[in-house]
Design a protein around this ligand. Structure first.
Ligand SMILES: Cc1cc2nc3c(=O)[nH]c(=O)nc-3n(C[C@H](O)[C@H](O)[C@H](O)COP(=O)(O)O)c2cc1C
Length: 253
């Protein structure tokens, strides 16, 4: 049996996780890392364990880092995969270092090109770019599923000082940007943002979302809001909403 652990804000990573589950022959179970981190840690045992997450500032989301650090994985085959928008930097290297410190071997690493979703910083992607990236994501995911089925092994270079600096800075300042969330009058307090947030960082108070300081910047609340009621820096909900077209909001919960 294969256990697949994923973190996803706009569905790219969840889509690849589901595809790999489908292509690696049936008996796979999917686990949302956000949900797992709200439970007590238990050893993870399986024939194959696959961990998928998006690259954030050249490393992993902080919640994923905490998950990797705390997890006790007992499996003969561990694969670590990252989706990315432009350049994954040292995202896989960070996971490699964490496992190495625990004296554990990761069997296989791979990165999957996807639609860039950091719109607040980089602005929205054109429809043509999104289409092209979705095609790339599909072919890379299929190839990687084949590698995993064949039990392919590889390694990654772990010395990534620039990625470590970039990520450390991002992790340090990200909580300050919580103030930049702007809730519009069209919000009706439906609570989808709170339910979808993998970091459990949003509560609904007086029919309005309230953002705490452990936001991962995953973009889920901005992109899945059915009333396009949440804005953030360059993210204009009327123009910028994106999620993987083959992932539904209920799959994200
Ligand atoms: C906070 C943040 C930081 C990101 N940093 C990077 C990065 O360093 N390199 C990159 O290629 N993509 C970066 N991205 C883009 C995502 O890795 C990419 O769009 C990913 O597929 C999103 O996955 P999801 O839809 O499962 O959330 C970043 C996205 C966010 C939200």
């Amino acid at each position: 049996m294969t256990k697949i652990f994923y973190f996803s804000g706009t569905g790219n990573t969840l889509w690849s996780a589901k595809k790999i589950a489908e292509l690696t022959n049936g008996d796979s179970e999917l686990f949302n890392i956000g949900v797992e981190m709200r439970k007590a840690a238990e050893p993870i045992e399986a024939d194959r364990v696959i961990v998928l997450f998006p690259a954030y500032a050249y490393q992993s989301p902080l919640l994923v880092r905490h998950f990797l650090v705390r997890s006790e994985i007992r499996s003969p085959y561990i694969a670590v995969l990252t989706t990315f928008g432009t350049d994954p930097g040292g995202a896989l290297a960070e996971a490699h270092r964490i496992f190495k410190r625990k004296k554990m071997e990761v069997s296989y690493f791979a990165s999957i090109p996807s639609v860039e979703n950091y719109v607040p910083l980089f602005g929205p992607q054109s429809e043509e770019t999104k289409r092209r990236r979705l095609v790339l994501q599909k072919s890379a995911t299929e190839e990687i599923a084949g590698d995993i089925l064949r039990g392919k092994t590889n390694s990654v270079w772990t010395l990534r000082p620039f990625s470590i600096c970039t990520s450390s800075l991002f992790r340090l300042v990200k909580s300050f940007f919580v103030k930049a969330f702007e809730v519009r009058a069209s919000c009706n307090g439906c609570g989808i943002c709170a339910r979808i947030c993998p970091a459990a960082n949003i509560t609904i108070e007086g029919l309005r979302p309230v953002f705490s300081s452990h936001c991962e910047q995953c973009q889920a609340c901005l992109n899945w809001c059915p009333r396009r009621a949440i804005g953030y820096l360059r993210f204009d909900p009327d123009r910028s909403q994106y999620h993987h077209p083959e992932v539904t909001v209920s799959e994200m919960f």
